[in-house]
Design a protein around this ligand. Structure first.
Ligand code: G4P
Length: 527
């Protein structure tokens, strides 16, 4: 085994921070960068966030997304670790981007607002993590504000996110009376001093019954803390790293990202327990990061909104071996060998040309339309990585050509935008009409604008009432054919030609499920 490669792999921690908008993802990211020395003042990452005022102005959002290319991946060194944080768009209309980014991470930190608890977006993102058994750490944020009882929060996390939880730190009061956290994992008391820039002081405590605790936080709070800890010990099992790595239990930390409190504890524990790059399943076989031969896949394509520069950046996650600049790699889908003269790595907030990259790293490859989401690059082997599912969109519209002279351009534009993963295309098998499915209204506007400005094509949207697109399959080919015949008006194919049932209401879907027990209905394309 290549020892150098192994060392590089073990150093790497590639993860994403996910949350419902406003829970504190940006603030936490920024504080982590601060510890890594990647930035020196708080406030530097704000450009990465889509401002709230801009929620209805998608051009503004795209502009800000443009800025965020540099912050798409934030790499920095911390102790002996190389950390890669993959940014995910905060706006829920781009949730599909986030789902895909989650296929390129080895673990996840979920941020929850102590006052709001688990919110919709968090729940959905957790479903994706659960599908992939991604290890999850939870950070309960904003303890400096009034919020819910921590025991209630733990219950809610467990019930709503459907994962066992174990607190590794415990807050001493919250809101105005917040005094700090007790570090259950490392037996220490972290006392709260509100500060946006500096790190909290830790007092090592061997035993929570020590009189020092009473001295530091007062008798009443010390008494309450001891009671809480006893209860925790009785109710929650001891933290088991293996269970965390299997995605069965989520350790929970409490803190305040804005006040840089509890963040270092989180980071220190994270680097110790979070996984380094793991084996990745491909259709052909499982690919181990330690293999000498390079392999990687495209999980995101970032288009340039400037029509004069029709270039994109394809983000490649290295899965195995070493990636090197100017070495020929096979683009498996096209069966062509490609060389990359200017691949970029992302350190801190800068992009720079990189000579080599290791499993866990993300390489940005300038592209002019060769890449599709999910494409594989290898040293020569034909590998197709699994696990880039499409999820049933939330909104559907027919797309029609509004300029008959430009039908070729429209077709090309739609194809490329779909390859980029902007939205999903379904083709009705009944009437051949094209249906675009999105997560939010904004994506329709983005598509229309980009078709016009980048391809010179005009499109028109026609409403359709649609509830869900379900991928269907059956072990019984006759039953499948019978279903397709009965529902032929509602059948479509996805971009890969697979059968999709377009249910126009929940009722219709339920009836179909009842009437056709031999048919399996899936809400994501990976099953
Ligand atoms: P997001 O990326 O998850 O959407 O959230 P972000 O970090 O932008 O945080 C949302 C708001 O919550 C911000 O306030 C931020 O300052 C605040 N916040 C984050 N962590 C804490 C915390 O620990 N305590 C308190 N009290 N507030 C916190 P904002 O007013 O919306 O933005 P800004 O003007 O401060 O940038």
């Amino acid at each position: 085994m290549n020892e150098d490669l192994k060392k590089e792999i073990e150093k790497r921690r590639t993860f994403a921070i996910i949350s419902h908008p406003d829970a504190g993802k940006t603030t936490l990211t920024e504080k982590l960068l601060l510890f890594g020395g990647a930035i020196h003042v708080a406030g530097a990452v704000k450009s990465n966030k889509i401002k709230k005022t801009a929620t209805s102005d998608w051009m503004e959002i795209e502009k800000q997304r443009g800025i965020s290319v540099a912050t798409s991946v934030m790499g920095f060194d911390y102790d002996d670790y190389k950390i890669n944080i993959l940014d995910t768009p905060g706006h829920q209309d781009f949730a599909e981007d986030t789902f895909r980014t989650l296929t390129a991470v080895d673990s996840v930190i979920i941020v929850v607002d102590v006052a709001k608890g688990v919110e919709t977006q968090t729940r959905r993102l957790m479903e994706v993590c659960r599908m992939r058994n991604t290890p999850v750490i939870i950070f309960v944020n904003k303890l400096d504000r009034e919020g819910r009882d921590p025991f209630d929060i733990l219950d809610e996390l467990e019930n709503e996110l459907k994962i066992k939880v174990v607190p590794l730190t415990w807050p001493i009061n919250i809101g105005a009376k917040f005094k700090g956290v007790y570090n259950i994992y490392e037996h220490g008391l972290d006392l709260f001093t509100p500060s946006k820039q500096t790190i909290s002081e830790r007092v090592e405590i061997d035993d929570v019954n020590s009189p020092l605790v009473d001295e530091l936080i007062g008798e009443a709070d010390a008494g309450k803390l001891r009671e809480d800890l006893e209860l925790i010990e009785g109710v929650y099992p001891e933290f088991n790293v293996e269970e965390y790595l299997e995605g069965k239990v989520a350790p929970v930390f409490f803190g305040s990202a804005l006040n840089t409190f509890g963040v270092k504890e989180l980071l220190d524990c994270f680097v110790k327990i979070a996984p380094s790059p793991r084996p990745v399943s491909a259709e052909e076989r499982t690919v181990n990061p330690e293999e000498d031969d390079f392999s990687g896949f495209v999980f995101k394509i970032h288009a340039n909104m400037d029509p004069n520069h029709r270039s994109c950046i394809a983000f490649v996650k290295v899965c195995s071996g070493k990636f090197e600049r100017n070495v020929g790699y096979k683009h498996v889908r096209s069966d062509k060998v490609m060389k990359f003269a200017a691949p970029t790595a992302f350190m801190a907030q800068k992009k720079s040309v990189v000579e080599e990259a290791y499993p866990g790293d993300i390489v940005g490859i300038p592209d002019t339309g060769n890449f599709k989401i999910g494409d594989t690059l290898t040293s020569g082997e034909n590998i197709h990585f699994k696990g880039l599912p499409s999820f049933s969109p939330e909104m559907f519209k027919y797309i029609e050509n509004a300029d008959p002279m430009k039908s070729k351009q429209l077709e090309k534009g739609i194809k490329q935008l779909m390859d980029e993963g902007v939205a999903q295309l379904f083709t009705s098998t009944f009437n051949g009409r094209k249906i675009i499915g999105t997560v939010g209204q904004l994506q329709f506007e983005v598509i229309q604008y980009r078709l016009l400005h980048e391809y010179g094509a005009q499109c028109r949207w026609e409403p359709m009432s649609m509830y869900k697109a379900c991928w269907i399959e059956s072990d019984d080919p006759q039953a499948l054919e019978a279903f397709k015949k009965r529902k032929h008006q509602f059948m479509a194919t996805d971009k890969d030609g697979r059968d999709v049932f377009m249910a126009d209401s929940n009722y219709v879907l339920q009836m179909a499920q009842n009437d056709f027990p031999k048919i399996k209905f899936h809400f994501s394309s990976e099953f």
